[in-house]
Design a protein around this ligand. Structure first.
Ligand code: CP3
Length: 348
């Protein structure tokens, strides 16, 4: 039960714990079946029995060391009334994006026990089903990452609309980021009360900023959340993982933020990362998800290289959680995931 949590706290473990970002998802036929039964992705998220079922699916197939709540980072803006939908093959879309002062001023901070109660119910079901066998990770998006979708209205390549706001109306953007941070604090504390044992903040788009903007518009709000989370429950600490995709360049800044662990994408060598930050924070990562398209021998070799790089850094034998460097792709062969997990067991 505890090797994942122990590794986050940099205590000795008898193996390198492993889980996968987006471990429940379209690469699993049993997921596609439940999603079809639900009709669409948001209904799946909003039906606790089904969201619980898909959370547990990857654990039945693979020897994983943690479960992650099945939900999405965009449920907060959905609860704020932005009209979220997922068109087939197009990703998320908001009917009512927020781009002006009036809309931002009028945004409500949702009460998680009301408009997000389906997430709380899902967590309670999962905790009951897991029955202490594995820890459950709760999560939210970073305010900056969530704001990119709220302002742009959809996925974007250039982030033109939100970056224009950042440079021309920074105070307005900060008002929005602050509201998202306040909503996220309430939401994550409700997740903690419902029983999640660790938290990950997904900052998928922090890496599109320059360093000073990253500090001011992304990391600052992640720290604001961190400082207001209930970190102690029944004498146990709830570790918090910060994952900024593209954040390897600011590793020192992130490692000094007060988080317990930093999630790395595959652009940074994990051993060099460990040497740079010394004995500070646990590190999670960082296999390129596209390695899972390779032949088994190469998958094994790449897993071995990551584990060896971490160990040979010689700083902290503990404190590594194996993961992908970003979410698993929908067309990943299931056998590749098996090969990857077996290799983690063998080489760690
Ligand atoms: O890891 C898990 O198993 C937990 C579930 C989870 C989902 N989304 C389910 C999901 C988590 C942790 C997320 C986080 C998330 N959501 C992020 C941050 C992490 C990352 O991957 O960068 C972001 C940016 C989102 C927003 C989002 N949700 C996008 C851009 C999309 C569409 C892209 C895509 O993969 O299709 C989603 C949809 C989504 N969220 C799916 C799943 C399983 C696919 C929906 C489907 O079944 O069609």
């Amino acid at each position: 039960m505890t090797c994942f949590i122990d590794a986050l706290r940099r205590l000795p473990t008898n193996k390198t714990p492993v889980w996968l970002m987006r471990q429940a998802g379209r690469y699993l036929p049993e997921y596609r079946e439940v999603r079809a039964k639900a009709g669409n992705f948001m209904t799946l998220c909003k039906t606790p029995e089904l969201a619980c079922e898909v959370t547990l699916q990857p654990l039945k197939r693979f020897d994983l060391d943690a479960a992650i709540l099945f939900s999405d980072i965009l449920v907060i803006p959905d609860a704020m009334g932005l009209g979220l939908s997922f068109a087939e093959g197009e990703g998320p879309q908001f009917a009512n994006p927020v781009r002006d002062a009036k809309t931002i001023a009028e945004l409500i901070i949702p009460n998680p026990q009301k408009s997000l109660s389906y997430v709380i119910d899902t967590i309670r079901l999962i905790i009951r089903e897991l029955n202490g066998r594995l820890p459950l990770i709760g999560f939210a998006g970073s305010p900056w990452t969530v704001a990119t979708y709220m302002v742009e209205g959809r996925s974007t390549k250039n982030f033109s609309i939100i970056k224009k706001m950042m440079y021309r109306e920074p105070a307005l953007l900060k008002q929005l980021l602050d509201k998202i941070a306040q909503a996220t604090i309430l939401y994550l504390n409700a997740q903690i009360e419902a029983g999640v044992q660790a938290i990950q903040l997904f900052d998928t788009w922090g890496g599109v900023l320059n360093e000073s903007c990253y500090r001011e518009f992304s990391l600052y709000y992640m720290e604001t959340i961190l400082q207001q989370l209930k970190r102690e429950v029944n004498g146990k600490t709830i570790p918090v993982i910060f994952f900024t995709k593209g954040g390897g360049q600011w590793l020192d800044v992130i490692a000094n933020s007060g988080c317990d662990a930093v999630g790395l994408d595959w652009m940074t060598d994990i051993g060099e990362a460990r040497q740079r930050i010394g004995n500070k924070v646990a590190l999670q990562g960082n296999l390129d998800p596209s390695v899972l398209y390779a032949e088994p021998a190469q998958i094994r070799q790449q897993v071995k290289a990551i584990i060896a790089s971490y160990r040979d850094a010689g700083i902290d034998k503990t404190g590594h959680i194996f993961n992908l460097g970003h979410g698993i792709y929908p067309d990943t062969p299931i056998e590749s995931v098996e090969v990857m997990i077996e290799a983690v067991r063998e080489f760690s």
